[in-house]
Write a protein that binds this ligand. Structure first.
Ligand code: HEB
Ligand code: CA
Length: 347
């Protein structure tokens, strides 16, 4: 049998941890769950906290550095430390709100800003049934300067632009396939600012569940704009109340990624495992893993996914844009009843 891991007793007198550097995270976790995530919900703030992890981490560019230009520090907290600069960058629209909601938590706890942002995203995601237990590290170096503008992908960017940007940020690791894995996050997501007339419009019909419905619903023929669209970065969606990003639409149909996209449908193990893998690497972009302490044990193991993969009521395989030539589209049941509209995610 494996050797027992020696654990340390934390100063709070309640918890034990594999490394004493993890002890301070227990109080941060309880504070977040109670006071930001409504007692452990996969709520709007949980979604926004997960989005913030990406917008902080992805702002790093070895390509700019090679030209002698500062390329940003990746997961270094710069989006909150220099929020007056970075939340004014166009792709970061709306993130000023979650940055300001998180700020008092950062002030109450003795944790770096970079560590806090990634930890809050991991705790938020843990409230969404079906999500993986996301990685949590302590010890990142906080930013001393803001990231440059132009490094966060926009929904109106082409797949080429997005694939190039993600590859640059990760020294080639985030290729088109891993970009699909990263986009699994849009299964617990909504848009507030793409169409400001309909804030909280989700990308799938189950924004509170980390399931594969996002991959099903982005594969359906678009038939309507849920609000006053078309807006920049928006294309037609298949359901009233549902927002579809042009970038998700295009990557779902691109010949480099269509089969990978389809492979997530009805494969919860893949949804779970691939996002766990890519978030680990996303969350430490620009940092040296050897100087970090792994505190993933503090992140709750999420509940299992609820519900089965399905076509929304009234829609069937005939409504699919079948973009993967190699593999048949999975056989799925259709939800019973009349077609309904997708409810917004309210703050
Ligand atoms: Fe994301 C959301 C885009 C990736 C996560 N996004 C979102 C939005 C947009 C985007 C536009 C909406 C905003 C508003 O509010 O209006 N993304 C995008 C792009 C990309 C992405 C273009 C690249 C491809 N994401 C991503 C990733 C992640 C994410 C990678 C991970 C982490 N997002 C997210 C989330 C959300 C979003 C979670 C939701 C938020 C809320 O709900 O609020
Ligand atoms: Ca979902």
């Amino acid at each position: 049998s494996p050797p027992l891991t020696r654990r340390v007793a934390c100063p709070d007198g309640v918890h034990t941890a594999s490394n004493e550097a993890c002890c301070k995270l227990f109080a941060v976790r309880e504070d977040l769950q109670r006071n930001l995530f409504d007692g452990g919900q996969c709520n709007a703030e949980a979604h926004e906290s997960l989005r913030l992890t990406f917008h902080d981490a992805i702002a790093i560019s070895p390509a700019l550095e090679a030209q002698g230009i500062f390329g940003g520090g990746g997961a270094d907290g710069s989006i909150a430390i220099f929020s007056e600069i970075e939340t004014n960058f166009h792709p970061n629209i709306g993130l000023d709100e979650i940055v300001e909601k998180q700020r008092p938590f950062i002030e109450r706890h003795n944790l770096g800003v970079a560590d806090f942002i990634q930890f809050a995203g991991a705790i938020g995601a843990s409230n969404c049934p079906g999500a993986p237990q996301l990685a949590a590290f302590v010890g990142r170096k906080d930013a001393t300067r803001p990231a440059p503008d132009g490094l966060v992908p926009e929904p109106f960017h082409t797949p080429d632009q997005i694939f190039d940007r993600l590859a640059d940020a990760s020294n080639g690791e985030f290729d088109p396939i891993l970009t699909v894995w990263l986009l699994t996050a849009h299964t617990v997501a909504a848009a507030n600012d793409v169409d400001p007339t309909i804030p909280g419009s989700p990308f799938d019909s189950t924004p509170g569940v980390f399931d594969s419905q996002f991959f099903v619903e982005t594969s359906l023929q678009g038939t309507l704009f849920p609000g006053d669209g078309p807006n920049q970065g928006e294309v037609q969606s298949p359901l009233r109340g549902e927002m579809r990003l042009q970038s998700d639409f295009a990557i779902a149909r691109d010949n480099r990624t269509a089969c990978e996209w389809q492979s997530f449908i009805n494969n919860q193990t893949k949804v779970h495992d691939m996002f766990q893998f890519v978030f680990h690497d996303l969350s430490i972009l620009g940092q040296d893993i050897n100087s970090l302490v792994d505190c993933t044990e503090v992140v709750p193991v999420p509940r299992a996914v609820v519900g089965r993969t399905h076509f929304p009521a009234g829609l069937t395989i005939r409504d699919v844009n079948h973009a993967c030539a190699e593999t048949p589209f999975p056989t799925l049941p259709t939800d019973p009843g009349l077609r309904t509209s997708v409810a917004p995610v309210l703050p």
